[in-house]
Design a binder for this molecule. Structure first.
Ligand code: UD1
Length: 339
């Protein structure tokens, strides 16, 4: 289980559900199941398989089913890498959903939650972004997520399935226990992990990618949402599906806090919360960056009776706690060596 999968497993287990996962550990650690057990007391069963492997997935459904619901979040997720290696993304992200849907069809799974992304909107003309904002993905990663949504929509038209697609904004933070969090492969490209590593002395300075954008302080604006809030949305989404009377349906929900935070504001929040001064330099713009993106999540709030609970300070604190625990556990060695 990766970053979002591990946090979602914790929330599901704490709500009384039995979780079985499939993860080939291409971007996660095998010891995450033990770490989850330290939080919940229950070690989830993980099948170390590639979800694109139809036979392996079928075996899992046969051995562990029937399932009340499936959450599909296994995917490659780096925007930059998807531009450099588009086929890797089209292959993995489309084929994995295809195989999951084949198994859902074969084993009669009626409820599915799909993890999508705000990247499908591209550079939005109007803010905040609602589910009706025109989609215009600017990267192969975003394209694959949009195509997956279309695949789901077509599937539910002819199958007894209720499906929900959650378009998340920028997931950050880690579990408050410090047991689980994101372990980026190599040097992280995302802002919060890079900031935490800079504070830990792993990088000489934080690179602020441009401050000449048409925003109040010149830096890009994003909607950062705590990963535990996202995990809770997955639980609520699943339970919403369980409560539906109709047999078929497909809904899309934005999931963010609705608060636009600039890169410079995030740097200030980090410095003030942790009482540190980060070495930093403003550099050129990063290719492909969107200027401003934040969500209108009113549909999710109303439909799922959900509100985000974690503050900006908690996003920073839990990121830092996780970074410190990574060092204690020696898990940051590959980060050192990659640097
Ligand atoms: C994008 C996607 C997001 C996806 C994520 C996966 C959009 C709007 N968002 O996030 O849905 O989950 O990729 O990787 O497409 N920054 C710096 N210095 C750094 C790192 C980042 O200044 O060292 C800046 C970036 O230029 C950007 C902001 O911080 O303005 C956030 O960047 P990042 O954390 O990489 O996320 P996105 O690219 O927004």
């Amino acid at each position: 289980m990766g970053y979002l999968g591990s946090h979602t497993t914790v929330v599901l287990q704490q709500a009384g559900y039995e979780v079985v996962s499939a993860d080939n550990h291409s971007n996660s650690q095998a010891d995450v199941a033990h770490r989850i057990a330290r939080i919940t007391g229950i070690q989830p069963r993980n099948y170390e398989i590639d979800v694109c492997d139809r036979q392996a997935l079928t075996d899992l459904f046969e051995a562990e089913g029937p399932f009340a619901g499936v959450i599909h979040m296994a995917a490659h997720k780096s925007v930059g890498e998807s531009v450099a290696e588009p086929l890797k993304y089209y292959h993995n992200n489309l084929l994995s959903l295809l195989q999951v849907l084949h198994c859902c069809e074969q084993f009669g799974v009626a409820h599915l939650v799909f993890s999508s992304t705000c990247t499908v909107y591209g550079e939005p003309a109007v803010l905040p972004v609602t589910e009706n904002t025109p989609v215009n993905p600017l990267s192969p990663y975003g394209q694959t997520k949009l195509l997956c949504e279309q695949m789901l929509q077509d599937f539910v038209r002819t199958h007894p399935m209720q499906a929900l697609s959650l378009r998340f904004f920028n997931p950050v933070g880690a579990h408050p226990s410090g047991e689980i969090g994101e372990l980026p492969n190599g040097v992280p490209s995302n802002l919060l992990p890079f900031m935490a590593q800079t504070a830990a002395g792993l990088h000489p300075y934080l690179r602020i990618w441009g401050d000449d954008y048409p925003t109040p302080d010149g830096s890009c604006i994003r909607d950062y949402i705590h990963v535990c809030d996202l995990a809770e949305v997955h639980l609520k989404a699943l339970e919403w599906l369980f409560d539906q009377n109709s047999k078929q349906g497909f809904e899309i929900l934005n999931v963010g806090t609705g608060q636009g935070i600039s890169v410079k504001q995030m740097v200030t929040a980090f410095e003030q919360t942790l009482q540190v001064t980060l070495p930093k330099r403003v550099l050129h713009r990063r290719a492909g960056d969107i200027v401003t993106m934040y969500a209108d999540s009113q549909k999710a709030a109303a439909m799922l009776q959900w509100v985000p609970r974690f503050t900006l300070a908690q996003m920073v604190q839990t990121t830092w706690l996780w970074q410190q625990n990574l060092e204690l556990a020696g898990l940051d060695t590959k980060l050192h060596s990659a640097n």
